[in-house]
Design a protein around this ligand. Structure first.
Ligand code: SAH
Ligand code: SF4
Length: 372
């Protein structure tokens, strides 16, 4: 039994070929599932009854199981979705005047262990399947429509979700195949039909996978930089020990040769007294000089047990000014859905850690000296 939410067009083509059905069925079924958000094969009324029966014997539409559904004072809405084995992940809807953005998770937990991230602190359980990733978008659209969402683009016949950011739980590039297959469904005109510019993947910097993404499906890229030097980034984004800044910046530059946007977004979480000094902003400006980019400064969102604090507002503004003075566009991310723990880095879900006791050291015990 296949789950139709698990398949991109190529997968469906193979499936229908096996059933001895014509290729145009792919388009029909994609429409039903991803544009009309059918929850059941029986609903596909332009398929003959015998075909629906044949299909129902081999396939199903199995959406996520919702554990909780919470709406914040600012309209941000968070779904906690069961992914089996005691694990649950979160998807967050962020409404704005001209768009509806969905922040999607790619893994149950995350193994990369950035110290300022609640997901990272949970540990890692497993990769999500394509059905579990696409299911977040399918479910959000469906739920928002069922609840009668009013938005100008919905009145014009578009789906409630106009933009997708892979910035929820997990490192998307560490779940490459399932994520790329999901991205293809997001972009497919017969499915969600989102333009590449409306789909953003955020990575902490898995360099070889950035190159592979450029080949496979170059959506808009956001890179979590967070520090201007290897010494500091090694501490707060441990994957830096494996792929240091010079390699990450070179990969970001290469990505733009294939990407739909002519810039990379560098995300920078503002941690009080750690990475937020004006001199660090100037070093950062220098560091990324060769990469066409924009900065997105993210005020740190605290979570229980964290040792970090949020940079005071004047410090964030001074950091932003240093970057704009150096000629960059730097925006400060608005914190949304804080009252329901739906802000960046607060997503915790429910993760049964399978890795903590056997964390792989990615660097020899004696670190090589670094000049700074
Ligand atoms: N794993 C990917 C995507 C998920 S996190 C990545 O790291 O890029 C999305 C963004 O939120 C990243 O830039 C991440 O560094 C940032 N983030 C994590 N924890 C945060 C926190 N507590 N406050 C603010 N931003 C945070
Ligand atoms: Fe993982 Fe991203 Fe959190 Fe780091 S910031 S632990 S890479 S989800």
């Amino acid at each position: 039994m296949i789950n139709l939410l698990d398949q991109d067009a190529a997968g469906l083509a193979a499936f229908f070929a096996e059933l001895g059905e014509k290729p145009f069925r792919v388009k029909q079924v994609l429409h039903w599932v991803h544009q009309r958000f059918a929850g059941d094969i029986a609903a596909m009324t332009d398929l003959s009854k015998p075909l629906r029966e044949k299909l129902a014997a081999a396939a199903e539409i199995r959406g996520p199981v919702v554990v909780s559904d919470t709406t914040a004072a600012d309209g941000t809405r968070k779904w906690l979705l069961d992914v089996g084995g005691g694990n649950a992940v979160e998807a967050v809807f962020i409404p704005e005047d001209d768009r509806g953005t969905l922040c999607i998770s790619s893994q149950a937990g995350c193994a990369l262990d950035c110290g300022f991230c609640s997901t990272g602190k949970q540990g890692f359980n497993r990769n999500l399947t394509t059905a579990e990733i696409v299911g977040q978008l399918w479910h959000a659209n469906r739920a928002l429509l069922a609840d009668g969402i009013t938005a100008p683009w919905v009145e014009q016949g578009r789906a409630p979700i106009t933009n997708v950011v892979m910035m929820g739980m997990g490192e998307p590039l560490a779940n490459f195949d399932a994520v790329v297959r999901s991205l293809r469904v997001f972009l497919d005109d017969n499915a969600y039909g989102l333009s590449r510019r409306r789909v953003t993947l955020s990575t902490s910097g898995l360099v070889p996978a950035i190159d592979r993404l450029a080949e496979a499906c170059p959506v808009a890229l956001a890179v979590s930089l967070h520090a201007p030097t290897d010494a500091l980034r090694d501490e707060i984004v441990p994957i830096n020990r494996k792929y240091p800044l010079a390699e990450l910046l070179a990969a970001s530059r290469r990505y733009l040769e294939r990407a739909p946007r002519d810039f990379v977004t560098f995300e920078y979480v503002m941690l009080d007294g750690v990475n937020d000094a004006p001199a660090q902003a100037r070093a950062l400006a220098e560091l990324v000089r060769d990469v066409p980019c924009k900065f997105n400064l993210i005020p740190f969102n605290p979570f229980p047990g964290t040792e970090f604090a949020t940079s005071p507002r004047p410090r964030i503004l001074a950091f932003q000014k240093a970057l704009t003075d150096a000629g960059y566009v730097a925006t400060i991310r608005k914190t949304r859905g804080e009252d329901i723990d739906a802000a960046c880095g607060q997503l915790a879900g429910r993760v049964l850690d399978k890795t903590r006791r056997r964390v792989v050291r990615i660097r020899p015990a004696t670190p090589a000296p670094t000049a700074h």
